[in-house]
Design a protein around this ligand. Structure first.
Ligand code: ADP
Ligand code: ZN
Ligand code: ZN
Length: 742
């Protein structure tokens, strides 16, 4: 490669404005995407340029191309750090340099300068209490919530109330008109009140966890830590303490939280502790707002950025720590290209900046726990709940037995009895419908077996025509009329919707007040928050919901969690199905008995003896880990081995298949040594199980290896083919260690 594509002024907008330069012979080994070089530009010498691509063909006449003058080795600035990061993401997760750069650099857009205002309580606390009681009685949820917070704090930044707490203008105006509050401009930014920090005294386990991290930190040892703590063990308090220490050293912090868990409670918790030094990031921010947040970080106006995956790319100049809460969450893997995972990217950023990484979960991903076992991460355990020692009691109900008892309803007799009991005691009930994979697999209602692929030990997926297919190898059988295991005719695609559950609950318990939360009921902007606060204000007895009710909420009055059809998520056709099921069940069970009252959990299942169910009943992560790792090891699935999925898609089926097979052949030729030495295996190419999507035909090939590096080389081999692939009207996408099948 003797030519380099170079950006002169690095920004999201300039990514496509590259200039080609010649790489002098003696620099050819060193110039890579991500390298910072010195170039002549216009009539200026010694300008800084950033290499984003290499090629062997000149794009303009040879004699017009200028030479790179040298490689710049001055101290790294944030821009070149971002560029290096983009190059690393491209190498390890595929896609183009362009796509990687667009991921790490924000779009530059101006936002109106905002006047910073604050809300002040201007009545006595007694009067505020009265106003609260009235708002509460009239079900003005947002109003009641705001007064509640003002009784604690008296003054709150308007921005926090508006954007982060999701409380709207009309609510604020109505309180203003009633003479309860005033809204005033903040005169001196630096003097804004820091809200009342409610600091708990850490227990011994928490203290040990915090001390381990900060002692290492103070001694210049920057590592990755896994805080493995049962639900409610006080992980967030541990993060807060570590964060405070790190910013005390003049460093900055990025905190990743799954968007759905970034609730009112969480925002208040961080704001109370860190005041206006903390900023929040969410996917609803406009480009301008996002850019504004990034600028604040760059200028050192804030110390902490909290948000989902993309908050990772906050350009702090003095980063010291990255926290990833609920580390096991699938949302940390990007769905768009490049399909990067936040965990390894965070570790890479930490390595580049001299930062530590703190991961936390009650149900760690196998990836993280394996590294902790291998000594790559330090494991910090919190075994007890912080406020009160007891975890809920958990039991299973075998749905096959219910069918024998002629009970065909969604609820087992035990669950009905338990719900009845809680309603009498005026305690609350959570009904969790495990709906993941709802529309896919086929199982037998008599024996509970799901139909599986004989080659891959994953469930087959039902297609529209009734045939069953394997996502991994393309194995296919026609529609089944009876169960292959027991011959029963009660074999069907499975599924019960939340709506149906709601109807049944209302029939069985006509007096109960019921709320439902699923994709349908949270379409409106703040309905998610509304349902949650209505339930925690005890405006309902029963909350029915899907995955989204499982995430870190505290409902002190919930003493019963019912899990309907726990095994639904076991049959999703991918190798992570058991892991996901275990995580969901443990997290759902963790919602029971969070306060003084003891909790009970009833898990309804067709497979009480499946290890994912058995171990989740005992809340026994370690046993689950052993069983699951044995399975992953046997089949070389992650984290034991690694998988690279390469998807080709195009408008014409034959062309796409032709391009795909040619490309794969060429990739295999270039990496022949791996195949000869048995370091790499290949499945496919074959029709993807979603063989046509948005009118595009899809073909997929899977590579599997113990060595991630072999897969990145396969990916690199694909690089030189992409121009030709594109020219024939086909697109290609790479996915390392995919989270789901294609
Ligand atoms: P997790 O993040 O592990 O689910 P949290 O940090 O949210 O746990 O803590 C659960 C509850 O226990 C919270 O209400 C928190 O304020 C409280 N808590 C945590 N640590 C302590 C402690 N050391 N003393 C008293 N309460 C605590
Ligand atoms: Zn059967
Ligand atoms: Zn298969």
């Amino acid at each position: 490669m003797q030519y380099a594509d170079i950006i002169v002024d690095i920004s999201h907008e300039n990514i496509d404005r590259t200039f080609q330069y010649r790489i002098p012979e003696d620099l050819q080994q060193q110039v890579r995407p991500g390298t910072r070089v010195e170039i002549p530009f216009g009539n200026r010498k010694g300008m800084t340029g950033y290499v984003v691509g290499l090629s062997s063909v000149p794009k303009i006449p040879e004699d017009k191309i200028k030479d790179i003058l040298g490689i710049q080795k001055r101290a790294v600035d944030i821009d070149s750090r971002m560029l290096t990061l983009a190059a690393w993401i491209k190498e390890n997760f595929g896609g183009t340099m362009n796509e990687a750069l667009k991921t790490v650099l924000p779009v530059k857009k101006a936002v109106r300068a905002v006047v910073h205002k604050e809300i002040r309580l201007i009545v006595s606390e007694e009067e505020a209490e009265k106003a609260y009681a009235e708002a509460y009685k009239k079900h003005y949820v947002a109003k009641a919530r705001l007064i509640r917070e003002l009784i604690t704090d008296h003054v709150l930044p308007l921005e926090l109330v508006n954007n982060k707490l999701n409380i709207s203008g009309p609510t604020i105006n109505s309180l203003k008109n009633a003479g309860v509050i005033e809204v005033a401009e903040i005169k001196d930014e630096k003097n804004t009140v820091r809200m009342t920090g409610t600091k708990v005294t850490l227990n011994d386990e928490q203290r040990t966890a915090v001390d381990t991290v900060i002692n290492d930190y103070d001694n210049g040892r920057f590592g990755t830590y896994l805080v493995y703590g049962v639900t409610g063990s006080g992980k967030t308090e541990v993060y807060l303490e570590i964060i405070e220490h790190v910013i005390g050293k003049g460093k900055q912090v990025i905190v990743l939280i799954p968007e759905i868990a970034l609730t009112f409670q969480t925002v208040m918790r961080f704001s109370r502790r860190f005041g206006n030094r903390v900023a929040f990031f969410n996917s609803r921010l406009s480009d301008g707002e996002r850019y504004d947040q990034y600028q604040k970080a760059r200028n050192g106006e804030i110390d902490i950025m909290i948000g989902p995956r993309s908050a990772l790319f906050t350009p702090f100049s003095n980063l010291g720590l990255i926290v990833i809460d609920e580390e096991h969450e699938g949302a940390y893997k990007s769905e768009g290209v490049p399909k990067y995972h936040a965990r390894p990217v965070a570790e890479k950023i930490a390595e580049m900046t001299g930062s530590s990484v703190v991961l936390g979960s009650a149900t760690p991903s196998l990836e993280a726990f394996k590294k902790a076992k291998d000594g790559e991460y330090k494991l910090l355990c919190l075994k007890k709940r912080a406020k009160h020692a007891v975890l809920p009691t958990v039991k299973t109900v075998d749905l096959r037995e219910e069918l024998k008892k002629k009970n065909r309803s969604i609820f087992s007799l035990d669950l009905v009895k338990a719900i009845d009991d809680r309603l009498q005691k005026h305690e609350q009930v959570l009904l969790f419908l495990n709906r993941r994979g709802y529309s896919g697999f086929v199982s037998c209602r008599s024996c509970g077996e799901a139909v599986k692929c004989p080659h891959c030990s994953v469930s087959l997926t039902r297609h529209y025509d009734g045939s069953l297919k394997c996502h991994y190898c393309g194995y296919e059988i026609p529609e089944l009329k009876e169960c292959p295991s027991c011959g029963s005719p009660y074999i069907a695609a499975f599924g019960t919707g939340t709506q149906k559950v709601e109807e049944s609950v209302k029939k069985l318990f006509p007096a109960a007040r019921v709320l439902r939360m699923d994709a349908d009921t949270i379409k409106e902007k703040d309905s998610y928050e509304k349902i949650l606060s209505a339930f925690s204000n005890e405006e309902a007895d029963i909350l029915i919901g899907t995955q989204m009710i499982v995430k870190g909420h505290d409902f002190p009055k919930v003493t019963l969690v019912g899990i309907l059809a726990a095994d639904l998520s076991l049959h999703v056709s991918d190798y992570r199905a058991s892991e996901r099921t275990f995580q969901l069940l443990v997290q759902a069970a963790g919602r029971a008995g969070r306060a003084e009252l003891n909790g009970e959990v009833i898990i309804q299942t067709y497979k009480p003896d499946h290890y994912a169910i058995e171990t989740s009943v005992k809340q026994d992560y370690d046993s689950f880990y052993e069983r699951e790792m044995a399975y992953r090891k046997a089949l070389l699935y992650p984290p034991e081995g690694h998988i690279l999925a390469v998807l080709f898609y195009g408008q014409d089926e034959n062309t796409t298949f032709d391009v795909c097979t040619n490309a794969v052949k060429s990739m295999v030729d270039k990496t022949k040594a791996f195949f000869d030495n048995n370091k790499m295996m290949m499945n496919g190419p074959a029709k993807a199980s979603i063989s046509k999507k948005s009118d595009l035909y899809r073909f997929v090939v899977y590579f599997k290896s113990l060595d991630y590096g072999c897969l990145t080389e396969i990916c690199a081999a694909l690089d030189s083919l992409t121009d030709e692939i594109k020219r024939r009207g086909v697109s290609v996408q790479t996915d390392f260690d995919p989270m789901s099948g294609y």
